[in-house]
Structures are given as structure tokens and as C-alpha cells.
Design a protein around this ligand. Structure first.
Ligand SMILES: C[S@@+](CC[C@H](N)C(=O)[O-])C[C@H]1O[C@@H](n2cnc3c(N)ncnc32)[C@H](O)[C@@H]1O
Length: 441
């Protein structure tokens, strides 16, 4: 375990006084939105990670958290019903998972409740949340690993909870096997090529022609390093190996052995190095199915925040003309190339949708609109849709809080929510994907 260099503090905001560390006995009554057990201690709420409702625990109060107190679990004195043995040996230290100690029923109910709670907060408590689509552990096809090169070793894995400490991983039950078994050779090559003291990230994605690897580090490579890295790409049969110095827009191709190809509705696309992909193939397909079913016979569709076209391309298969809009130019160019090659009815646009959402007069061209924004959501776009959106809107989101906010804007403007489907493609974590289908006559 090693600490990555902490980000420099901005110096803004005053540190709140923390209570002195002390041991307390509490009874857990709920699990909060971040996956920690919640208990009461006098007038305070206490958050204790790795606990479930019904647990009686000894916890150590460690500081403030929001309006309540943060605590560490010391001992489970009496376990609640639904507690199970976590399957991973790194559990409790690694920040990748926080819900392995829940049995299946408790886990399923808690995850769906994440969505219901946010909907209720926005006045949509009467909307039923559909059955959760479960993507099993071991399906993660893309991951970003943290790296620190110390004097004697390379530390590679995920950060510990709320910390810059890297938990060294040699395996991870979330990952597809080719990603998990790449950890050891990746660590070895970084030890050979990166000088001590360097920190960075490595994004690894599984494509149909092997792994696509992007290293983001400040280390300067000499010719000898580049040769070693190219030989490493050959030895591990990588599709592509690229290097970027953080803050630089330039991605240096070290080895491009085969197209780093993924397929959306059988159409091949080669995403730019490190580009966003839905974390699991099963999750992406489940979302795409819901999107395609929802648009039905619509003939003109706008896919907003489209990335490389994980929904745009399946949508073209319905015969609809698709207008794909995205803030980042590189994925749009890749999508364009794929569409041109296959002669598809697809137009594209590079546009910052937070600053310049599609306006009412532009939205009139479409019979259906899909949006799949980053965690911050699509408030500006939802406001325009409220004013002049088409009869069908599909909202895809990885953040139940901003999804519920955006849905409330649409419902207030006369849309009705036909379905909300949670898709659990982040198992054992408090993250949840969801697809909401809305209609307005
Ligand atoms: C959650 S991803 C979804 C991508 C795609 N739908 C998919 O499934 O692969 C969000 C996408 O929104 C893009 N994005 C982020 N901020 C944006 C903005 N302000 N305007 C337009 N696109 C933005 C990102 O580049 C990313 O491709």
C-alpha cells in the first residue's frame, strides 16, 4: 500500500473542527446513498462503512461528515440479517467496492431504493422503479488504475476509500479476466520504464482485438523506453498502447498493432485512446435495447452526449435518421468514419450541450431525443426539452440524483414517465446506471 501524492489544497474554505476520536456502540438502521451504514448517536447521524441495518457495532468516531459524523467500523458485536462474508480479500481497504457484505436481496433492494429515494426527493415518489438489470461481477471491460512508482516497486490498483493511497491489486473480481491478468505484466513494464517518484493513471479497455492501453504519466520516454514498450505490446498481443503526459492534448502512439475495435450493433468503431465506453458490454447492450425499444417507429432521433455512438449506431438500424451530438471532437470523428463506411443515415455535431443545449426551434426536427450526460446531468438541455421537446424522450444516467432532477423538469412540463429501469453495471459500489422513458402527447 502506498500513498499517491495528494492534490495540492486550494486553501479555500475553513477546516471544520473535528470531534476527538472515541469509541461508541451504535445500532445501524439504514444504508445511506454512499453505501455506508447509518446510525443515530444522540442528535447526530453517524456513518459507519461496511455495516447493514440491524448490525450492532463498535465504531470509532473519526470526524465530521456533512451534518453528521464519520466513523470507522471496529467490530460487529451483533450482525443484522442479510450480512454475508465478502468474497474479495482486498475488501474493506480497496475503494472499488463498498457493498460486498450484503446478501443478494438486501443488495438488490438497497440499489433500487437509491433511485426511488432520489425520485421522491424531486416529487416523483409515485413512479415505480422497474426490476433491476443485474450485470454480474467479472464483466468490467474498461478500468482506470492508479499508479505510483516508488523507489523499489510499482504500486498499481485502485485508490483506497476517500484517499490517495493505492491498494496494490494482483486480481479484482469486478474485471473481465483479460484485464485482471494484465495487472502483473503491466506492473512489471512500468517498473522498467518509469522513474521513481512518478504518479499517474492507466486506462485499459478490452476490445475485440485485444487490450487498448493508455498510460498517463509525466515521465519522459527515451528511445530505449519506447522500444521496450513496443516489445511489451507485442509480447502481450495488445491492440494498441499509447502514452500521454497529463495536461497535454497529444497522445503518443507507442504501438498500434491491430484496430482497437468495439462494435455497436455489429458496426465496428475504433474509439480514441482512453475514450469513454460503458464499463460493461452487458450494461451497454441493456441500455441500447431500452433506448431502441423506446423510440419505436420514430424516424428522426437526436442522440445527445453520444460518445462514439453506443446508442446512435443501434438506432440507425431502426431506419431512423440519427443526429449524434457530443462535446468532444475525437469520438465524433470516429463515429462519422464508421457511419460513412457503412452508409448509415447519421449526421454529427460537436457541441457543448451544457453551454449550448439544442434549443426549442432545433428540437422541433426530432420525433425522439435521447440524452446520456456525465454525472452532472443535463439540466440546461432538459429545460429546452421541457419547452419544446418531442413526444418521446429517453434519459440515460449514471447519477440518480441528477437524473431525478432532470426528470422533474420534464414532468413539470407535461411529460409522463413510462418506465425507469435501474441497470447495475457497477456491482458492489454505490453507483447505479438508469434509463427513464418519457412521453408527452
Ligand atoms: C456518460 S458518457 C455517454 C457516452 C455515450 N452515450 C456512451 O454510451 O458511450 C457522456 C458523454 O458526454 C460527453 N460530454 C461531457 N460533457 C459534455 C458537454 N458539456 N456537452 C456535450 N457532451 C459532453 C462526454 O464526452 C461523453 O462522451
Amino acid at each position: 500500500m502506498i500513498k499517491k501524492k495528494p492534490q495540492r489544497s486550494t486553501g479555500r474554505g475553513k477546516a471544520r473542527p473535528s470531534p476527538p476520536p472515541r469509541l461508541v456502540e451504535v445500532q445501524i438502521t439504514a444504508i445511506g446513498a454512499r453505501g455506508d451504514g447509518v446510525a443515530r448517536l444522540g442528535d447526530d447521524q453517524v456513518f459507519v462503512p461496511f455495516t447493514i441495518p440491524g448490525d450492532k457495532v463498535v465504531a470509532r468516531i473519526e470526524g465530521k461528515r456533512g451534518d453528521g459524523l464519520a466513523a470507522a467500523l471496529v467490530e460487529v458485536a451483533e450482525p443484522g440479517a442479510g450480512r454475508v462474508e465478502p468474497p474479495c480479500p482486498h475488501y474493506g481497504r480497496c475503494g472499488g467496492c463498498s457493498l460486498q457484505h450484503l446478501d443478494d436481496d438486501l443488495y438488490d433492494a438497497w440499489k433500487r431504493d437509491l433511485l426511488s429515494t432520489q425520485l421522491s426527493r424531486h416529487g416523483l415518489g409515485d413512479i415505480p422503479v422497474g426490476e433491476m438489470v443485474r450485470i454480474p461481477p467479472g464483466s468490467r471491460r474498461r478500468a482506470v488504475f492508479a499508479v505510483h512508482r516508488s523507489k523499489n516497486a510499482t504500486h498499481l490498483g485502485f485508490n483506497a476509500r476517500a484517499s490517495h493511497t493505492i491498494i496494490d491489486l494482483d486480481d479484482c473480481l469486478l474485471l473481465e479476466r483479460p484485464l485482471a491478468s494484465f495487472l502483473a505484466p503491466l506492473r512489471a513494464i512500468l517498473t522498467e520504464t518509469v522513474p521513481a517518484g512518478e504518479d499517474g493513471d492507466v486506462t485499459v479497455a478490452l476490445t475485440e482485438n485485444g487490450l487498448d492501453v493508455l498510460v498517463e504519466m509525466d515521465a519522459r520516454l527515451d528511445l530505449f523506453d519506447r522500444e521496450k514498450l513496443a516489445a511489451f505490446a507485442d509480447a502481450n498481443d495488445l491492440a494498441r498502447l499509447s502514452w500521454r503526459r497529463p495536461g497535454s492534448g497529444f497522445v503518443e502512439p507507442i504501438a498500434r498493432r491491430k484496430p482497437a475495435m468495439v462494435r455497436f450493433a455489429e458496426i465496428g468503431v475504433e474509439p480514441p485512446p482512453g475514450n469513454f465506453l460503458q464499463p460493461t458490454r452487458g450494461g451497454e447492450q441493456a441500455i441500447a435495447r431500452l433506448v431502441v425499444d423506446a423510440i419505436g417507429a420514430a424516424k428522426s432521433v437526436a442522440d445527445l452526449y453520444c460518445g462514439c455512438g453506443s446508442f446512435s449506431l443501434p438506432l440507425t438500424r431502426t431506419g431512423a435518421h440519427v443526429h449524434a451530438v457530443e462535446g468532444d471532437e475525437a469520438p465524433i470523428r470516429v463515429l462519422e468514419a464508421a457511419a460513412n463506411q457503412s452508409g448509415l443515415k447519421l449526421s454529427t455535431e460537436v457541441r457543448d450541450l451544457a453551454r449550448r443545449p439544442l434549443m426549442a426551434h432545433e428540437l422541433k426536427k426530432y420525433q425522439a431525443v435521447i440524452f446520456d450526460p456525465p454525472r452532472a446531468g443535463a439540466q440546461a438541455q432538459a429545460e429546452q426539452l421541457a419547452e419544446s421537446g418531442p413526444g418521446i424522450v429517453v434519459a440515460v444516467s449514471c447519477n440518480p440524483a441528477t437524473l431525478a432532477r432532470d426528470l422533474a423538469i420534464l414532468v413539470k412540463a407535461g411529460y409522463r414517465i413510462v418506465s425507469v429501469t435501474p441497470i447495475d453495471q457497477f456491482p458492489f459500489s454505490p453507483h447505479l446506471e438508469a434509463v427513464a422513458v418519457l412521453r408527452r402527447d
